[in-house]
Ligand binder design. Structure first.
Ligand code: ATP
Ligand code: MG
Length: 587
């Protein structure tokens, strides 16, 4: 295939688009791969579409290689199946809902568990039909709160989603392992530097779940790793419950006056000035129990306050909290909410009024670091007062625990494999043992070997295809432009003809034709009256990994071949150029 720049539907831009913050977004727009249509919604131009198709093809190859079969569902779907699983409501404002002319509710599919479950129910009825893995590569729609970074987080995006169907847990495990291997192959071929981390199962239900994160400074996800091999999305870190400690020597609780101490720092200073500890050491933030109140907004719109107790030296991590309460959203507990709850003394809230059994009636959950028997300083539920020596289990209880406190570098890994360190990544793929949730909700059963009806067990597996294009660009560029990995590049060779000499253009055209006949794809810059400087800049911006320049050297019988990644240049004799380029591309 030869793409001629003289007629290619392409305009490169010298300036960064005003709305772009991350390099991949800037470069994909500047190099003429994508154009914004609306927030989070993009048009794929010819070069972009080539890259997108290349990514799709790698994903397709690897899915086919594990025996998964491709099909495609509509994106426009009826409400009923999503009603049956609860997701019509659970998806909240993220779901694009619409009505048809008869007033029937429809949606644009955010992911297709329901439809896959139903099609298998429609066609299969016996254990002999299973295992089955089916997939599609298709547009998904989510009305994301914060579409960002071009196609990295879009509102319309391409996902490969596959689903496995098995009669039992062992079968599911085997299907999951097959997908895991396919994903490793996919992300290796896409050229990612990635990690596989434990993930939250979230609202989907189910158990084992892992994410493939491309390591990237601009990533929205944070993950932690230990030297001993623990790796998890920070949302999925489960801090173990601290073991109980002996409280027999802790004196009785005492209410102390601490005026003007609504923050942990002011409290610690006031305690050290006026209420010194008896054991000789100073009070620190870690001795305090901080009670934070947030408001949960459930998908059906109901609001529920939630109180969280954490050691005063630790903040609440919004993402960890969000993952725990999903599908509810977390919003601030406003002054107006305080007014409706007179039991709460803002800045001095303590366990005395928290919990479903106490005055406020607000559900109260503790960080697992707060051991049974441990003693705390905390709010006395009276403005200007705190209580000291308040012992968990002796003087107060809560409704349960929650994994919402921040995880810090240096914290121990939950499995004892050493200190954690954190980094950022982009979620590229997610594999997930769903179990029976969808099969139960939609009544997908098959006859087992004994003729008994059993509910099918499922897995669900996603790859962000459009996101992958952006993430690859994010990891493969320099100050001049994009630098595509070979398998993803929109062409094998970028052939540039420079100068005014018709001999140059004739030679370049014949090289392009020969390369094409050898099975290579060529982006051929055959534009007349465009300066060599502009052509070189475009070639660097567009990012085809191999650039060949037919120009001045032709007089001496050579053509310059440039490696876009290393910048290395080689003068290759004209007679050898085609073989040389074929060898470079196939190496
Ligand atoms: P995120 O946490 O980034 O919102 P998710 O966990 O909601 O993603 P899944 O439902 O697991 O995403 O979807 C499978 C894959 O689809 C993700 O791993 C990601 O690569 C991709 N994806 C999800 N949302 C988007 C989006 N808004 N734009 C582009 N790709 C997306
Ligand atoms: Mg996910």
């Amino acid at each position: 295939m030869i793409l001629r720049m003289s007629s290619l539907f392409l305009r490169t831009l010298r300036e960064d688009p005003a709305d772009a913050e991350v390099p991949s977004h800037k470069l994909l727009v500047r190099a003429g791969y994508i154009r914004r249509t609306a927030p989070g919604i993009y048009t794929w131009l010819p070069l972009g579409l080539k890259v997108l198709r290349n990514v799709e093809q790698i994903v397709r190859d690897e899915m086919d290689a594990i025996g998964a079969q491709e099909l495609v569902f509509p994106a426009l779907l009826p409400r009923e199946p999503y009603e049956a699983t609860g997701r019509w409501t659970e998806y909240g404002p993220n779901l694009f809902r619409l009505k048809d002319r008869k007033g029937a509710d429809m949606l644009l599919g955010p992911t297709h568990e329901e439809m896959f479950t139903l099609v298998v129910k429609d066609l299969y009825s016996s254990y002999k039909d299973l295992p089955l893995s089916i997939y599609q590569i298709q547009n998904k729609y989510r009305d994301e709160a914060r579409p960002r970074a071009g196609v990295l987080r879009g509102r319309e995006f391409v996902m490969k989603d596959s689903y496995s169907f098995d009669v039992d847990a062992d079968g599911l495990q085997a299907s999951y392992e097959l997908h895991r291997k396919a994903y490793i192959n996919i992300f290796d071929r896409l050229g990612f530097d990635y990690v596989i981390v434990k993930a939250m199962s979230g609202a989907m239900g189910g158990s084992a779940s892992e994410e493939f994160l491309a390591i990237a400074e601009n990533g929205e996800d944070t993950f932690v790793r230990s030297p001993g091999g623990y790796a998890a999305n920070v949302e999925a870190v489960v801090v173990p419950q601290a073991p109980a400690v002996d409280a027999s020597a802790v004196p009785a609780t005492e209410v102390v006056d601490t005026p003007d101490t609504p923050t942990i720092d002011t409290l610690v200073d006031a305690l050290n000035a006026k209420h010194q500890r008896t054991d000789g050491r100073e009070w620190t933030a870690a001795d305090t129990l901080k009670n934070v109140i947030v408001m949960l907004v459930h998908p059906d719109g109901t609001r529920e306050p939630l109180a969280i107790g954490v050691p005063g030296d630790r903040a609440i991590d919004e993402k960890r909290l969000g993952a725990q309460v999903d599908p509810a959203e977390v919003v601030a507990f406003e002054d107006a909410d305080f007014e409706k709850n007179p039991a709460l003394a803002k800045g001095y809230i303590g366990p005395g009024v928290l919990g479903s059994e106490n005055a406020s009636g607000i559900r109260y959950l503790l960080d697992p670091r707060i051991a049974e028997g441990s003693a705390w300083v905390t709010g006395a539920d009276k403005t200007g007062y705190h209580v000291i020596n308040l012992v968990h289990g002796r003087d107060f209880t809560a409704d349960g625990t929650i994994q919402a406190a921040e995880v810090r570098d240096g914290d121990p890994a939950p499995d004892g494999s050493g200190p954690l360190s954190s980094a950022r990544g982009i979620e590229m793929g997610h594999i997930f043992q769903l179990g029976k949730k969808y099969a139960e909700a939609l009544d997908l059963k098959v006859l087992d070997q004994n003729g008994k009806l059993v509910t099918v067990t499922m897995g669900s597996y996603g790859v962000g295809v459009t996101r992958a294009v952006a993430a690859i660009a994010e990891g493969n560029h320099d100050e001049l432009g994009l630098v595509w990995p070979r398998e993803i590049s929109p062409a094998d060779v970028h052939l540039v003809a420079t100068g005014k000499d018709s001999e140059v253009f004739e030679k370049a055209a014949s090289i392009a034709a020969e390369l094409e006949s050898r099975g290579l794809s060529v982006l051929y810059d055959d534009r007349e009256k465009v300066s060599p400087g502009v052509k070189f800049k475009d070639a660097e911006l567009i990012g085809v990994p191999t650039i060949a320049v037919v120009g001045k050297g032709l007089a001496d019988g050579t053509i310059e071949v440039k490696d876009r990644r290393t910048g290395n240049r080689t003068d290759v004799p004209v007679a050898e150029i085609v073989d040389h380029l074929v060898a470079v591309v196939r190496s």
